[in-house]
Design a protein around this ligand. Structure first.
Ligand code: SF4
Ligand code: SF4
Length: 235
């Protein structure tokens, strides 16, 4: 099959034309590396949608290269919101740092977990850390310290875990640079290859925060005159 695609390298899209039977984007990248340009750099490991290491953007949407069926005219670029190391390889460090915030079972209750309990967080536990949600999130444009969407989803996973005895400490973690900075745009949920509804998890964390005395810091309290705290008499 004749194929023309473009790959972003050093900030510029470069055209590649090839004749290959490769179907997945990862196969095409491997073909280019073996037959056209051995310097092309990208990452992959399991080649079966399990490890998450081959995530890139195609036509401005995050995909796993090993699962995506390549099409003529596709424009491929590295994930956004991360430093590009070379071609399609990015540095995950900034996003991974946000997982160091006690995102694990912290205060363990030694109780029996039944199948219904486990169902509450089964989906969130399937995250493969592909960083697609991180790349799709618009919040980094104005807050580079925003906790990663996958981190917020994991926090929710532990908040609903019946064994966690310190739910408040989990809720505390997400108050700054977290759930209230999210615009609820839903990009993260749309691109997640594991079908995790990250936006939904963030919404649930907001609801749960109310039970621990937190409220949206962006919310303007309206007084009984509906003035939103503004003294109109001074105008
Ligand atoms: S829903 Fe929130 S976390 Fe998800 S991409 Fe939008 S702003 Fe980011
Ligand atoms: S939550 Fe989904 S999109 Fe985000 S890192 Fe995990 S698997 Fe990837």
């Amino acid at each position: 099959m004749n194929l023309k695609i473009e790959i972003k390298r050093d900030g510029i899209f470069k055209k590649f034309e090839l004749n290959s039977n490769a179907t997945t984007l990862l196969n095409v990248l491997e073909f280019i590396k073996e037959n056209i340009d051995s310097t092309l750099s990208f990452k992959s490991s399991c080649k079966s949608g399990v490890c998450g290491s081959c995530a890139v953007r195609v036509n401005e949407k995050e995909v796993l290269a090993c699962e995506y069926k390549v099409q003529d005219g596709d424009k491929i670029e590295p994930l956004q919101n991360l430093n590009v190391m070379r071609d399609l390889i990015v540095d995950y460090e900034n996003g991974l740092k946000t997982l160091k915030n006690r995102v694990y079972l912290e205060s363990y209750k030694n109780i029996k977990v039944n199948i219904e309990d486990e169902r509450l967080y089964r989906k969130q536990s399937s995250c493969i850390l592909c960083f697609s949600c991180y790349s799709s999130c618009p919040v980094y444009e104005f807050n580079p310290k925003f906790l990663a969407p996958f981190t917020l989803s994991r926090v929710y996973r532990y908040v609903v875990d019946t064994r966690e005895d310190s739910k408040k400490s989990k809720i505390d973690i997400v108050q700054q640079n977290g759930i209230w900075d999210c615009t609820l745009c839903g990009n993260c949920s749309l691109v997640c290859p594991k079908g995790i509804d990250i936006k939904g998890d963030i919404f649930m964390l907001r609801n749960q925060s109310g039970s621990y005395g937190y409220s949206d810091p962006n919310f303007v309290q309206f007084d009984s005159f509906g003035s939103g705290g503004i003294n109109f008499s001074s105008f």
